[in-house]
Design a protein around this ligand. Structure first.
Ligand SMILES: [Mn+2]
Length: 407
């Protein structure tokens, strides 16, 4: 059984108001070519297919077109699980229809753990693999809320609930242990022993380290994770991997090599370990800073690195300057246009302004909601001792909004 593991597509995502449609389409086309070339038999998508609960129509079309293109390829089984960005209802809506195409969708956890256990059968009806398709586990899936409990107690309960969910599903696959077929689990969470990107903004402190890597049941031969956008192995355990996202979803992911994971099983054994296949980059995202002349020089250099078949690079620029420069933005954008570069954002350090006005200018786009909240609390004279608890409550509120409304 040859398996391809990917996650965190975030179809419909935008970066600083710019659509990623062309990039996503190219990434999916590339993925299709890999599935064909490698003769993949099972495709796992471990959550966050879409960026928002109500994605634009083009993003839905892209998703369904991709699934349709899999018909007639070597890829006989597809398992898709919901992430925290997906709307479970939206993902589950075409479930029965997709099942007719061998696409198994688990948008959310239900009360029956059996709903997450997927037996994959070959053309002759023989068992080929078992997937414990665990989606993103929402607060409501794993515990009853308890009045009057502090946010820290709540976090501990969520963690205990997640651990319990995996223990239960590990026990539920025990009957398959001797069948000689791969036993695979999925997950969409933050496993301890993994690193998030610097500013991956969909992970809150309250969600940190939902489970320790060692707490995944040892019965599973491979654990396909999503949620962290950086591809990595968890706890040095050769069985537990994040595939990472398919394209860089923010400027903080610039240094990550985007990949998909390919796993070849013989019975329950991994052959050749887990292979990372680099996603073909179709647009460069760069952050460039320095004095104006330096910035111009770096933009020229970047221009030379863009190949013919790539889309114009997207650049964020920070200019160091000690004086006011009227129309700096317009000047740099004109400069970049001839170089097949698009400046998504031009910033200045503005130290000259702070000197006479003592005003530090902040851009809302650069701040996370948590940072805005913290600054607001500080300016309202909130005592630092109470700030920590307030911040946790705010995070809880954000999590709740994200889970309930999947923005
Ligand atoms: Mn996620």
């Amino acid at each position: 059984m040859k398996v391809l593991h990917t996650a965190d597509w975030h179809l419909g995502q935008r970066i600083l108001h710019n659509e990623r449609q062309v990039e996503h389409q190219r990434a999916l086309d590339w993925l299709m070519s890999v599935i064909r070339r490698e003769k993949i038999e099972l495709l796992l998508v471990a959550g966050d297919v879409f960026d928002i609960g109500n994605p634009p129509n083009y993003a839905r079309r892209m998703y369904y077109r991709f699934l349709t293109q899999l018909i007639g390829t070597s890829c006989r089984h597809i398992v898709i699980t919901g992430g925290n960005h997906d709307s479970p209802a939206m993902l589950n809506a075409p479930r029965e229809l997709l099942l007719a195409l061998n696409v198994h969708v688990v948008g959310e956890a239900t009360e029956r753990i059996e709903d997450e256990i997927i037996e994959l059968h070959g053309a002759e009806g023989q068992l080929e693999a078992v997937v414990a398709a665990v989606p993103f586990l929402r607060d409501k899936d794993i515990r009853q809320s308890i009045a009057g409990e502090s946010s820290l107690e709540r976090i501990e309960r969520i963690k205990a609930g997640i651990r319990q969910h995996y223990r239960t599903i590990g026990e539920a696959v025990l009957p398959y242990a001797e069948r000689g077929v791969p036993l695979i689990a999925t997950g969409h969470l933050f496993a301890k022993g993994a690193e998030a990107g610097e500013h991956q903004n969909n992970i809150y402190i309250g969600n940190r380290e939902n489970i320790d890597g060692s707490e995944f049941p040892s019965i599973f031969d491979y654990i396909a994770l999503g949620h962290l956008h950086r591809a990595q192995i968890v706890n040095q355990d050769y069985r537990i991997h994040y595939s990472g996202s398919l394209i860089p979803l923010s400027f903080s992911e610039l240094d990550d090599q985007k990949v998909v994971k390919i796993i070849q099983f013989e019975g329950r054994q991994l052959v050749e370990g887990v292979r990372s296949v680099a996603v073909r980059e179709c647009r460069k995202l760069r952050r460039i800073g320095g004095e104006l002349t330096e910035v111009e020089e770096k933009l020229r250099t970047l221009h030379t690195e863009i190949s013919e078949d790539e889309l114009p690079a997207w650049v964020e620029v920070q200019v160091q300057t000690d004086r006011l420069r009227p129309n700096l933005d317009g000047h740099l954008r004109d400069f970049a246009e001839d170089l097949r570069l698009v400046l998504l954002k031009v910033r200045t350090n503005q130290s000259y302004r702070a000197l006479d006005q003592q005003v530090a200018t902040l851009d809302l786009d650069d701040l996370s909601p948590g940072e805005v909240f913290r600054q607001r609390c500080s300016s309202a004279g909130q005592a630092p001792t109470e700030l920590a608890e307030l911040e946790r409550t705010f995070e809880e509120l954000q999590n709740w909004l994200q889970e309930e409304e999947a923005p």
